[in-house]
Each structure stands twice: as C-alpha cells, then as structure tokens.
Ligand binder design. Structure first.
Ligand code: ADP
Length: 253
C-alpha cells in the first residue's frame, strides 16, 4: 500500500516522458523534411543566380551584377546553414511518422525537375522528365518525405554525372503501384560497391573523387522512407555507363 503513490508517480512520469519523446521526434522530423526542401529550393536559386551572373541571359550592368553577387553569397550562406541543420538533425528522425495521403507524383516530379533545371544546365547535363501521355493514379505516400526521396535520387544523378551526360526521369503505373525511374549516364557504381550503397555513411571511391562533400546519408534515408511507405527501391548500374534507380509506391485505392 505504502508504495502505491510512488508507483503512480513513476507511471505518470513515464507517460509524460513518452509524450515528450514523441513531441521531440515530430519536431525533428519536421526540421529534417523542411531542411531538405529548403536546401533544394536554395540550391535551385543559387544556380539561377549563377546563370544571371555568368551572363547567360544577357550582360548585366555593374550595379545589377553587384546585387546578384550579394544575393548569390547570401544564398550560399543559407545553404551552409541548412546543411548544418541536416547534419545535426539525424536522418532517422524522418522515419518516425508517416502521414500517408494520395500523392500526384507527376506534378511533384515536374516541380522537382524545375528546381534542378539551373544546376543541370550549368553543369552541362541534360535533365529530361518524360511526362506520361496518360494520367497516372495517385500514390499512397507521405508527400513531403516522398519529395525528399525524389530530390535525393535526382540530385545524385546530376552530381554523379559529367558534362554531356543525361538524366531521364520516367513515371508509369502497374495494377498495384506507381513506378518512378531516375536514369543517368554518369560515373556508375562499381560492382564491389553496389551491395553497400544503401548503408549509412557509405560513399564509393569514384563518388568521393567526383564530389568531396557528400554525407552518404541520402540513399540510406531514401530507402528507409520508401520502405516505410510500403514501397520498394532498387537500382542497376555499370561503371562508366550510368545508373538507374527504380522506386515503386503503392497506388492510393
Ligand atoms: P552522398 O551522395 O552524400 O555520397 P548518398 O547516400 O546519396 O550519399 O549515396 C551513397 C553513395 O551511393 C554515393 O556516395 C555514391 O557512391 C553512390 N551513388 C548514389 N547515387 C549514385 C548515382 N546516381 N551514380 C553513381 N553513384 C551513386
């Protein structure tokens, strides 16, 4: 009898602790997803500003150039900040909650494709979204996290390609699934590295040479998100020839 109040206190503390943990997880989840999308938008702006600065849309006056340079520098500072946010906030935090809703993958891929237009143009890589001729059923997925999945795959396809390469995005549907593919004609993945690429922090040697600043967290997070959405992810790759990632997501009934 004497320890009942203490036990009740402990139980209520444990409950409170659980509620707080859930609260923290939901907040980090929001930070991760927002930071990913912020990074894509800021990077998209960076490349568009670069196009202006390089005179791709015509020569700038001295004053225009000076303002553009300030905007470019400020954008780069923001990207660094967002990268820090992403590295502090662990990728796992994105996986705790999945809010499954019908997602229009065609519209989403069009938006993401636009975000990467400036970057692919400046890098001399052709980025093509083969928009399907017929309507595609909505997928059942967490919308913002699915956006992170496609952003990661397209970002990698561009990052691990060279001038003159091509990135092609397709989407179609089967009876059960919506299927998205992201194909590049870039550096490819050596057979010995292929079993490791979804592992946390893994970066192949050719990828490190190509881009020294990656985290090796993108594909790890991508795979976890897809699987939490009851989807699948796989790839085919050959060094020097390129890589294709295939993602399936269940259709919304
Ligand atoms: P990061 O790009 O930060 O290195 P990711 O987790 O996104 O990390 O990718 C892990 C590794 O998988 C990369 O370092 C690279 O070795 C390989 N990889 C991913 N996508 C591609 C691609 N499209 N072409 C070639 N290699 C790739």
């Amino acid at each position: 009898m004497t320890d009942t109040p203490a036990a009740a206190d402990a139980a209520s503390l444990a409950k409170e602790n659980e509620a707080l943990k859930e609260d923290i997880a939901a907040k980090s989840d929001l930070i991760s997803v927002s930071a990913h999308s912020l990074r894509t938008s800021l990077t998209s702006m960076k490349w568009i500003l670069k196009m202006f600065l390089d005179g791709d849309f015509g020569a700038l006056t001295g004053e225009q150039k000076s303002f553009m340079e300030k905007a470019f520098a400020s954008d780069e500072r923001m990207i660094r900040l967002v990268n820090e946010m992403l590295s502090i906030n662990h990728a796992e935090d994105m996986l705790d909650t999945m809010n499954l809703v019908p997602v229009d993958t065609v519209k989403m891929l069009e938006e993401i494709n636009f975000d990467f237009t400036g970057e692919s143009y400046k890098r001399g890589i052709e980025l093509i979204f083969l928009k399907p001729a017929t309507n595609i059923s909505p997928a059942l997925a967490d919308s913002e996290k699915t956006r992170v999945v496609f952003q990661n795959l397209i970002e990698n396809a561009i990052k691990y390609s060279n001038k003159g390469d091509r990135v092609v995005i397709t989407v179609n549907e089967t009876a059960e699934n919506v299927e998205v593919s992201v194909r590049d004609t870039g550096i490819g993945i050596a057979p010995a590295d292929q079993p490791s690429i979804f592992q946390k922090s893994f970066r192949a040697e050719n990828a490190q040479k190509q881009d020294s600043v990656g985290s090796g967290l993108g594909l790890y997070t991508t795979k976890r998100i897809v699987e939490k959405n009851n989807g699948t992810i796989r790839f085919e790759s050959a060094p020097g020839t390129g890589t294709t990632f295939f993602v399936t997501l269940p259709k919304a009934k």
